[in-house]
Design a protein around this ligand. Structure first.
Ligand SMILES: N[C@@H](CCC(=O)N[C@@H](CS)C(=O)NCC(=O)O)C(=O)O
Length: 208
């Protein structure tokens, strides 16, 4: 049975969602953020030394890093679902978005979160950070123009991987300027598998 080492209000929610979309059995091992620091508990380091979530265990294989986890699950257990075949013309776009989500899109959103904690001292950094959020969210909004999903014409693991950056941007910055992204979140939040994942994962501040 696949174990998901799941931290509340975190990127691991999308691993639960992917597993629900694939209708795979899994067990949730829960960790709660510290109420003061918002950090993960030390216990998470027992499964992986970084102490970050998500981490999965599948048999004797432990995998961390959400993009790698989604790829691993899709390739090993997906039976061709949630990803285009490598021979498909959609595959390069899929690969690009899988890496782009954590490699680029998350950075300015995380910077906004951290700079927000500095209060007035962080003010000089905000224009550069918000212009980068506009840049990245504007790019993603444009990538969804006239389509429902980032790759091809059906949900893929790339949508699941990108969802957290878009949810975090909505929470910390707002999506008024990015109507395609707002509609994308409405679409995913209505999916039965997404809703089942919320029931398994517990309260999740980033998405209804
Ligand atoms: N790029 C990594 C980021 C992992 C990460 O930073 N996870 C956060 C939760 S969203 C975490 O575990 N934070 C708790 C901490 O740093 O103590 C991934 O996508 O898996």
């Amino acid at each position: 049975m696949i174990e998901v080492h799941h931290l509340n209000n975190s990127r691991s929610q999308r691993v639960l969602w992917l597993l629900e979309e694939l209708e795979l059995p899994y067990e949730v091992v829960r960790y709660e953020r510290d109420a003061q620091t918002n950090l993960a508990p030390e216990a998470l380091k027992r499964i992986h030394p970084l102490g970050k979530s998500p981490v999965i265990r599948d048999g004797d294989q432990v995998v961390h890093e959400s993009g790698a986890i989604l790829e691993y699950l899709v390739r090993r257990h997906g039976k061709g679902r949630l990803a285009p075949a490598e021979s498909s013309p959609d595959w390069p776009r899929y690969l690009q978005f899988m890496h782009y989500a954590e490699g680029s899109a998350m950075l300015p959103v995380m910077l906004l979160l951290y700079v927000g904690r500095l209060g007035d001292a962080g003010a000089p950094l905000r224009p550069r950070i918000t212009s980068e959020i506009d840049n990245h969210m504007g790019y993603l909004d444009g990538a969804l123009a006239g389509r429902d999903w980032f790759v091809g014409d059906a949900l893929s693991a790339a949508d699941i991987q990108l969802s957290f950056a878009v949810q975090a941007a909505r929470m910390l910055y707002g999506l008024d300027k990015f109507p395609n992204l707002a509609r994308f979140l409405d679409r995913i939040h209505a999916r039965p598998a997404y809703r089942r994942a919320l029931e398994r994962g517990g309260p999740y501040a980033f998405g209804s």
